[in-house]
Design a binder for this molecule. Sequence first.
Ligand SMILES: Nc1ncnc2c1ncn2[C@@H]1O[C@H](COP(=O)(O)OP(=O)(O)OP(=O)(O)O)[C@@H](O)[C@H]1O
Ligand SMILES: O=c1ccn([C@@H]2O[C@H](COP(=O)(O)O)[C@@H](O)[C@H]2O)c(=O)[nH]1
Length: 236
Amino acid sequence: MPAYKRILLKLSGEALMGDDAFGINRATIVRMVREIREVTALGVEVAVVIGGGNIFRGVAGGSVGMDRATADYMGMLATVMNSLALADTMRLEGMTARVMSAISIDQVVEPYVRPKALQYLEEGKVVIFAGGTGNPFFTTDTAAALRGAEVGAEIMLKATKVDGVYTADPKKDPSATRYPSLTFDEAIIKNLAVLDATAFALCRDQKLPLKVFSIVKPGALKRVVLGEDEGTLVHV
Ligand SMILES: Nc1ncnc2c1ncn2[C@@H]1O[C@H](COP(=O)(O)OP(=O)(O)OP(=O)(O)O)[C@@H](O)[C@H]1O
Ligand SMILES: O=c1ccn([C@@H]2O[C@H](COP(=O)(O)O)[C@@H](O)[C@H]2O)c(=O)[nH]1
């Protein structure tokens, strides 16, 4: 029995690379999609936001002298590419997905219209929100919190390369330990960078709980959805 009726799943763009240096690794995206399919088969309504870190991040452009807003628009376009790849992989795996973008590219993808997104979710279609928030200086974590709150998701699930929230970045500090749970205020005060502060604050203010877990660990998404002990819960 799933613990949630509707979820907002934030998928790491960077994790899409698998063992490659850039872009979308075929086996990795297929594996991610099959994990999502298992959850939809439980009757859970799934909305997805996918990052763009496997292609481009605005901060990288900014650091080499690019105009930051321009670089951020490039990052948002990267999330559109990942969203299209994800929806197409879902199609190949027998699922029905709709991509809705926060930035208009009408020939390629339909625009984000909230009532339409709600309709798709009620029909059991997976909705993939592309283009982040549509604004520079934000991240797809914030887009996920925003869309999660808008569509009334019961929880935001951040599927990333680490298996939870740690006392410090575990990729840089091997002595860091994992929290089983913590509050949004603790995460913000301690500056825990697994999510940006804007996203943490939006989840907190909208009372949208957050679970951080590993996208690399097989079956972790299903265990989270079944309410089993997996990852780190961040709550009000
Ligand atoms: N306190 C912390 N606990 C856990 N991870 C942390 C912490 N601080 C920093 N991190 C880092 O945050 C990363 C996850 O967030 P990040 O936004 O960089 O990636 P993502 O969301 O998975 O990728 P993308 O932006 O491409 O979607 C982890 O891989 C980890 O190295
Ligand atoms: O609302 C948003 C969302 C994203 N961006 C830009 O896109 C890239 C990729 O997103 P990640 O969350 O880092 O995966 C991000 O670095 C920003 O440059 C944005 O500007 N606004």
